[in-house]
Design a protein around this ligand. Structure first.
Ligand code: LMR
Length: 333
């Protein structure tokens, strides 16, 4: 081989080697979330990882970062838009600051009596409209995941609206949730989920609201004396991806990931109720916090005090969106 063809040959070999190495590099999906692994969302994320990696046969690697280990709530949305993380599952209460205020319809107190009612909304036109809203923000919605109904917690017994007067209550970043506590005479404080335990322990807040699975896995019941079975609102999630990243995936990989998400969604939504039931049972058994059952009268008093929040937020959330949700669930204002 003369020196010139030797040189051409070497270049060719090097190009092929780089190409082969490149072809073997899996596509990395960083999936960040703020809750513990042993929760409906935590388990759903692990299931998606398992199914996606199995089915993509080495072409995809899903790195799940639970417990705010990559980003806290409040930081993760921007990180997704910047492309520092590819997948998230923020609670529906976390979309207001993004300018997608209609998501706060899910935060309206006593809007849903059951998960079945809620699914009528997420699987219907409102669910689709909300995902459409995200596209102009560089975000694509893939699925809705359940957690469950919220309980109130505090260091004093909380049964009726008057019990909440003056309490500092941690909330997620939703104006509707702020108004909910104001309607009870409490003082809402927006705070990242990862900071709640310490804030309770040190008295920075007096209480909060969350699902049993979140309360139990974050050990809130160890620093709260009372947990009231109010079931006054719902926490669920939108699994979202960076749109540019998703659109840029090879079509066959995207099909595999869509299928894995569909099946992980089914799994996550099937286990959500029992995960929360088990967590509530574990809280009761721990004896660290007293679980209060509300009487029919106490429940009615809470409902009555909180209904004003619907009207108050009509302009923000959208009268039409609220009306559509009422229609889908059969809610009688
Ligand atoms: C919270 O911030 O209280 C929860 O919504 C966290 C979560 O993702 O469930």
């Amino acid at each position: 081989m003369n020196p010139k063809s030797k040189f051409v040959f070497a270049i060719l070999a090097a190009t092929l080697a780089v190409g082969a190495a490149h072809a073997q590099q899996p596509i990395i999906i960083k999936f960040s979330h703020v809750v513990a692994v042993g929760t409906p969302k935590g388990k759903g994320a692990e299931q998606f990882k398992k199914l996606a990696e199995e089915r993509a046969k080495g072409r995809v690697k899903v790195e799940v970062y639970p417990n705010s280990s990559l980003f806290k709530d409040g930081e993760e949305m921007e990180a997704l838009q910047m492309g520092s993380v590819q997948m998230l599952a923020p609670s529906l209460a976390k979309f207001g600051p993004l300018g997608a205020r209609e998501f706060e319809v899910f935060d309206l107190p006593y809007m849903f009596d059951s998960v079945a009612e809620l699914h009528k909304v997420t699987a219907g036109p409102v669910g689709a409209m909300l995902f459409k809203k995200l596209e102009s923000k560089g975000i694509m919605g893939l699925a809705y995941w359940d957690n469950g109904f919220k309980l109130m917690s505090a260091n004093k017994p909380i049964r009726v609206p008057a019990d909440y007067k003056g309490l500092k209550m941690r909330i997620q970043s939703s104006k509707v949730l702020g108004d909910q506590f104001k309607a009870l005479g409490a003082i809402p404080q927006v705070m990242a989920f990862s900071e709640v335990y310490q804030a309770m322990q040190t008295g920075v807040v007096d209480g909060s609201e969350n699902t049993p699975s979140n309360i139990y896995t974050q050990k809130h019941h160890e620093v709260q004396k009372y947990i009231a079975e109010t079931n006054h609102g719902y926490i669920g999630y939108a699994v979202i991806v960076n749109k540019k990243f998703w659109d840029g995936l090879p079509a066959d990989v995207r099909i595999v990931l869509d299928g894995a998400m569909k099946d992980a969604t089914k799994y996550a939504n099937e286990i959500a109720q029992s995960e929360n039931d088990d967590a509530l049972e574990a809280i009761r058994k721990s004896g660290k916090s007293e679980v209060l059952k509300l009487t029919a009268e106490q429940k009615a008093a809470m409902r009555k005090a909180l209904f004003s929040v619907h009207k108050e937020n009509e302009a923000r959330v959208g009268k039409d969106t609220i009306a559509e949700v009422y229609k889908a669930t059969g809610f009688k204002p």
